[in-house]
Design a protein around this ligand. Structure first.
Ligand SMILES: [Zn+2]
Length: 309
């Protein structure tokens, strides 16, 4: 299913020359002690609601009154080839930028467009105490705050007060995400990362969610010299992913056109078929987490199964 593109890719060329020595990375330094905070957009080049949100922050001339604030556009090369007639082509050039963050890959000898960019960004990521990574989804689905396997990310998301659905997952077999890198995944470290899935890639509501999430994040981490804003808190629930559904063959098909966050009442309900194999819900009230047929190939996670805490 193709969804309409209701938002325009922002002109980010004006942000190419930052002050950090790396293109499209801006480090706003108060010169005073405080946390090092980072917001990243365009981890996936086809997910530009977050880039629009950063554009808004730049235009507001925000500046930290303590600590440092790093604003980064990540996979700009992939974003640059965005084409309304083939929008998914802008997702990445060679490989998924958000699967290369393990030291074995990042510090290894393998080369790709995404690895080169990740190696440029690594010093900023490794210096960040608190990280917000802005994403969107192929299917129209309520926003989800991805917290990896980290309870401290859940705690950060609760301080932000939105969105309603917080996700503890099991990672991706294909590789480590930025938010799982190093101390972000160490329960003993205070460093924490969250990843927001704002909604459908090109829905206007996803831009609103991205902007709201940035504001809530900045409010929570407290680096800006502006009156602390009051954001309405909504009831938040944690979804624990118990297992991924990974395609084994190109014949993988969902049993229903899942969009995400559906709750399947009964255990044993058919989720998908895959060349004769059946996937069924392992328990009652099973939640479909971020289903997508978009990137079907053997070894790809097609949907994750979870339940509310
Ligand atoms: Zn993404």
């Amino acid at each position: 299913m193709n969804y309409p593109i209701k938002i325009d890719p922002p002109d980010i060329e004006r942000y190419r020359r930052g002050n950090s020595g790396v293109d499209f990375v801006h480090v706003l330094d108060s010169g005073k002690p405080g946390p090092s905070v980072m917001i990243q957009a365009l981890t996936h080049g086809n997910e530009f609601c977050g880039a629009i949100a950063l554009d808004v922050l730049f235009k507001q001339n925000i500046f930290p009154s303590k600590g440092k604030l790093t604003l980064a556009f990540a996979n700009v090369a992939a974003f640059a080839r965005f084409d309304r007639d083939d929008p998914d082509r802008a997702r990445y050039i060679d490989e998924d930028y958000n699967r290369v963050w393990g030291d074995d890959v990042l510090l290894g000898t393998r080369d790709s467009a995404e690895l080169r960019r990740a190696r440029e960004l690594r010093p900023f990521v490794d210096a960040a105490d608190l990280l917000l990574d802005l994403h969107s989804m192929h299917e129209p689905c309520r926003p989800i705050m991805v917290c990896a396997r980290s309870e401290k990310s859940v705690a950060l998301a609760r301080r932000m007060g939105a969105p309603a659905d917080l996700l503890l997952d099991t990672g991706h077999p294909a590789g480590l995400r930025m938010m799982e890198r190093g101390a972000f995944a160490d329960p003993a470290s205070p460093r924490a990362a969250v990843l927001i899935e704002c909604g459908q890639h090109w829905a206007k509501s996803s831009v609103d969610v991205a902007i709201d999430t940035c504001n809530r994040f900045l409010n929570t981490v407290g680096v800006l010299d502006r009156p602390s804003q009051q954001f309405p808190k909504i009831e938040q629930r944690v979804i624990r992913v118990t297992e991924p559904v990974v395609a084994k063959t190109p014949g993988f098909r969902f049993a229903s056109p899942w969009k995400g966050l559906e709750v399947v009442k009964e255990a044993g309900s058919l989720v998908a078929t895959d060349d004769g194999k059946e996937w069924r819900t392992p328990y009652d009230h099973c939640i479909m987490v971020m289903p997508s047929m978009r990137h079907l190939k053997p070894g790809t996670t097609m949907v994750r199964l979870g339940r509310y805490d």
